[in-house]
Design a binder for this molecule. Structure first.
Ligand code: COA
Ligand code: MG
Length: 286
């Protein structure tokens, strides 16, 4: 397995798709609170608008906002008419992270990595093959930092249905999450398409946070705050993390490996998780 290095942008509670063809949406980014932005050249852009969208993305990358570490650009797949030129143009415009669509095999990554050196890679997991090969894909290069679920394509390919609770894609979500964790990379849940269904959106955020996802892909500014809230550690969680670390340190000083806090066992593994939670909390308040 390849050794993973830290990502440029550790917070990923909300990751907003912004079609590169929509200049008004692009101009909004500065005023929004998403942790990351995916400037999209792929599914959100019509074939006739691909080249103009690529130019807009490249122009945006040269602005102050565009140079930030939390800006990712989703390219078209290499086998399309636009994929290779997307990579070449974005690389020369200074892109820091690209998101590759419809990756099915670890070998696909090599094709991209040969064109773009020194650029971080995020990968869409959105096909049946991609799900099955998620671990091999996630470990194909040390430049891979994050997997992004795409359940719209997946539901289509599976001939499944979008239903509350997401039972038809739950195995795919869990499998990909397992692969990401085993590989040591982050993983973001997919989008929620119904912009009017606030309860349904909140329910999928809650489910994804409980499963262990690092954040949620969002398609509209109105979804950002809800995603940020569900993927932020709560006040109680933060307080408990502090208490666990203290209790464990206290036990270690007495020569004991484990502590008991409020009747519950605290081991080293709990301390590691408590430190991860405090790290995220620290990044949010910074
Ligand atoms: N990024 C940045 N700004 C956005 C945005 C986005 N994804 N979606 C909407 N906005 C802005 C609009 O520009 C608008 O700003 P304004 O009031 O200053 O004009 C404001 O938020 C309200 O938008 P609204 O009128 O409610 O929505 P819309 O009809 O303009 O757009 C969508 C609706 C779904 C077309 C749009 O949200 C969108 O394109 N989302 C991303 C889709 C995508 O990327 N899909 C691919 C991955 S699944
Ligand atoms: Mg897709």
């Amino acid at each position: 397995m390849t050794k993973q290095t830290p990502d440029l942008n550790p917070l990923k509670r909300s990751v907003l798709y912004v079609p590169a063809s929509n200049s008004r949406a692009l101009s909004k980014i500065t005023a929004l609170d998403a942790d990351c932005y995916i400037i999209d050249l792929e599914d959100a852009v019509a074939p006739d608008a691909k080249e103009e969208a690529r130019q807009s993305a490249c122009d945006f990358l040269k602005t102050d906002q565009g140079r930030k570490d939390n800006i990712i650009v989703r390219t078209n797949a290499l086998e399309t008419d636009w994929g290779k030129q997307d990579l070449i143009s974005l690389a020369s415009a200074g892109v820091k992270t690209v998101l590759l669509p419809k990756v099915g095999h670890a070998d696909d990554i090599k094709g991209y990595a040969d064109i773009i050196s020194d650029i971080n890679i995020w990968v869409m997991i959105e096909t049946p093959l991609g799900v099955l090969n998620a671990y091999k894909i996630a470990t194909a290069s040390e430049r891979i930092k994050c997997l992004v679920m795409g359940t719209s394509d997946l539901v289509k390919d599976l001939r499944a249905k979008h239903v509350p609770g997401r039972l038809p894609v739950l195995y795919s979500l869990s499998h990909s999450l397992l692969a990401a964790r085993a590989a040591g990379v982050d993983i973001i849940d997919s989008v929620y398409l119904d912009l009017h269904d606030n309860d349904g959106f909140a329910a999928t955020c809650k489910q994804a946070a409980e499963m262990g996802f690092d954040g949620k892909s969002v398609i509209h500014p109105k979804q950002i705050d809800v995603a940020n809230e569900f993927f932020s550690p709560g006040a109680e969680e933060i307080e408990m993390a502090h208490k666990m670390i203290e209790a464990h340190e206290h036990a270690l000083k007495k020569g004991e490996g484990v502590a008991v806090l409020d009747g519950k066992l605290v081991e080293n593994l709990h301390v590691e998780d408590a430190k991860r939670i405090l790290n995220i909390a620290g990044l949010i308040t910074r």
